[in-house]
Write a protein that binds this ligand. Structure first.
Ligand code: PLP
Length: 394
């Protein structure tokens, strides 16, 4: 049957990582070995005490409906976490617990964007930003992140892009896919741009603690006087290796949190209660694994960047956070997506072309180093050989 889908279904995008993973699995099914650099999830298991908390919650009867924004004791625990990691004050009523942090992107668009309103977002950037903006009928206004500026957005350029139609500015630090991190000064300057306006900053800080120059990256929420303009996105997927649990939360001004709860009640009611309690246990239990994981990412980062910079035609900046390298491959004179396909088909290395993150990613490829050192070594050897071949062919 020829289904006549509504217009808005045509305005949604997908996520390149899932598409490349499917292609890589098809190649593996033919018996070939593929090194996986495409997917953005830690190769660590969820810490045991977190799993135990979920089992215990199930045994204690957390198998029923709960309040839309989340269980009160969990909202309090999350508020305390944000207050202590950002040295600020947070009221539990500002917390809305979600199924993964991802829905907060769409909630923000549904709450603030009328058709024709503008939303500024990073390009390259997490692909769901532009998809959610368009889904809500907004006008996507990409701000290009340039290698010359270490992939940090240019704040004067941001200022010049703001118009009376700007409703939301999305910022992601530490940044997927480039690993760039905004300085405290950058953050303050961005906040000053929206001070006294009704523009909301959606601060995606999912990689807050996956930071290599200190314990935590600078955060928008450290600036108390600007909380009224900030929606903070936090979650458990990355730092606690909990991607499959789907747990995240927004920290927002109370009226915004109420609207988010209302949207949520219309979709999936609330995040599963036993999973919320696992999140509370994550924050309140031992923090050894996150620390070990970040130290391991740091080792891998150093190795990968050195290897990449020794490959012909490749140049890679040192990322400061998250677990991605974003090397420049412009010297090959081919579209990034073509280079990514070549590496998958000829060398058995799955990674993403930079354009999976927007037009601003042309000329770059993204390597997720959330895989073992052993795999990374094999992958780097394969890439080096493939790049030598590619240069000869050019
Ligand atoms: C920048 C960024 N924001 C949000 C998300 C969504 O994370 P979650 O698993 O919490 O929905 C991701 C996941 O890859 C991400 O990289």
């Amino acid at each position: 049957m020829d289904y006549k889908f509504a217009e808005l279904t045509k305005r949604m995008g997908g996520e390149g990582a899932f598409e490349v993973l499917a292609k890589a699995r098809a190649i593996e099914a033919t018996g070939k070995k593929v090194v996986h650099f495409e997917i953005g999830e830690p190769d660590f298991d969820t810490p045991a005490h977190i799993k135990k908390a979920a089992f215990e919650a199930l045994e204690q009867g957390y198998t029923h409906y709960g309040p839309a924004p989340g269980l009160p004791e969990v909202r309090t625990a999350f508020a305390n976490y944000v207050a202590s990691t950002r040295n600020t004050k947070v009221d539990p009523e500002q917390i809305v617990i979600t199924v993964g942090a991802k829905p907060i992107i769409l909630y923000t668009m549904l709450a603030f964007v009328n058709p024709g309103d503008e939303v500024i977002y990073p390009d390259p950037g997490y692909p769901i930003y532009s998809s959610a903006i368009q889904f809500a009928g907004g006008v996507p206004k990409p701000i290009i992140l340039r290698e010359e500026n270490e992939f940090r957005l240019d704040i004067d350029e941001l200022k010049s892009m703001i118009t009376p139609k700007t409703k939301v500015i999305i910022i992601n630090t530490p940044h997927n896919p480039t690993g760039s991190v905004l300085t405290r000064e950058d953050i303050k300057r961005i906040l000053e741009l929206v001070d006294g306006t009704d523009i909301m900053i959606l601060a995606d800080e999912l990689y807050h603690r996956i930071y290599f120059e200190g314990e935590m990256a600078p955060s928008f929420y450290e600036f108390d006087e600007f909380h009224k303009n900030i929606i903070l996105m936090e979650g458990f997927s990355k730092i606690y290796a909990m991607t499959g649990w789907r747990l995240g939360y927004a920290v927002a001004p109370k009226p915004v949190a109420e609207v988010f709860s209302q949207i949520q009640v219309n979709v999936y009611s609330h995040a599963p209660t036993f999973i919320q309690l696992a999140g509370k246990a994550a924050y309140e239990g031992p923090q050894d694994q996150p620390k070990e994981m970040v130290a391991e990412f740091n080792r891998r980062r150093d190795y990968i960047i050195e290897r990449l910079n020794n490959m012909p035609g490749v140049h890679a900046l040192m990322p400061h956070g998250a677990f991605y390298a974003f090397p420049n491959v412009k010297k090959f004179g081919k579209p990034a997506a073509e280079i990514a396909s070549y590496l998958l088909e000829q060398a058995g290395v799955a990674l993403l072309g930079g354009t999976s993150f927007g037009d601003g990613g042309e000329g770059y490829i993204r390597i997720s180093y959330a895989t073992s050192m052993e795999n990374i070594k094999i992958g780097m050897d394969r890439m080096e050989e493939a790049f030598h071949k590619l240069l000869k062919e050019a």
